[in-house]
Write a protein that binds this ligand. Structure first.
Ligand code: GDP
Ligand code: MG
Length: 171
């Protein structure tokens, strides 16, 4: 895939235990990932090639940010901000991250708020409506996933890539 210009960096953020690593690992095994070339998948680097609408893009997913890094210093093409729908404090943390992203990075990048652990229906502490409200407020998209059941994780991957492409080349 030499000379492939569509190489995008994705940063997965959110509180400890919300499912960042689980989501990143599910991305690596998505049905959209092209497995035909051994170079397409790099398990060390969390890098995958995704074929969408006949076009291949390479996504490098960084699972969390070390505390010594400033968000400002890590430029990604897309930010995935994860919380657990069963843990209200993680929603507050996600809101703070969205706020930081909006003021440090602006709105030209793709930002997606993800309510993970949607399978924990009876433990839900954050409603879909309020999460949608917060996403709207910070110019982000909102989606709910269950990394445990691999539910809606493919849709998140593909939706993110569509959004990255759209922001680069709105049509
Ligand atoms: P991280 O700290 O954000 O990287 O979170 P992890 O991916 O390590 O997940 C933390 C814990 O939550 C693990 O025990 C996962 O198995 C569990 N977990 C992750 N996603 C889900 C989910 O969608 N539903 C449920 N019930 N548990 C999940
Ligand atoms: Mg982790």
């Amino acid at each position: 895939q030499s000379g492939n210009a569509s190489y995008f960096k994705v940063l997965v953020l959110g509180a400890t235990g919300v499912g960042k690593s689980s989501i990143t690992q599910q991305f690596m095994t998505s049905e959209y990932v092209a497995f035909d070339n051994s170079m397409d998948r790099d398990e060390e680097e969390n890098t995958v090639s995704v074929l969408l609408n006949g076009e291949e893009s390479t996504l490098e997913c960084t699972d969390g940010l070390d505390p010594e890094y400033d968000l400002e210093d890590f430029r990604a093409d897309a930010y995935i901000v994860v919380f657990s729908i069963a843990h209200r404090d993680t929603f507050v943390a996600a809101t703070n991250i969205l706020n930081e992203l909006l003021y440090d990075i602006g709105t030209d990048r793709t930002t997606i708020l993800v309510g993970n652990k949607a399978d924990l229906v009876r433990k839900r502490k954050v409603t879909t409506e309020e999460a949608l409200d917060v996403a709207l407020q910070y110019d982000a998209k909102y989606t709910e996933t269950s990394a445990a059941l691999n539910h809606h994780v493919d849709e998140l991957l593909v939706g993110m890539l569509s959004q990255i492409r759209f922001k680069l080349n709105p049509t």
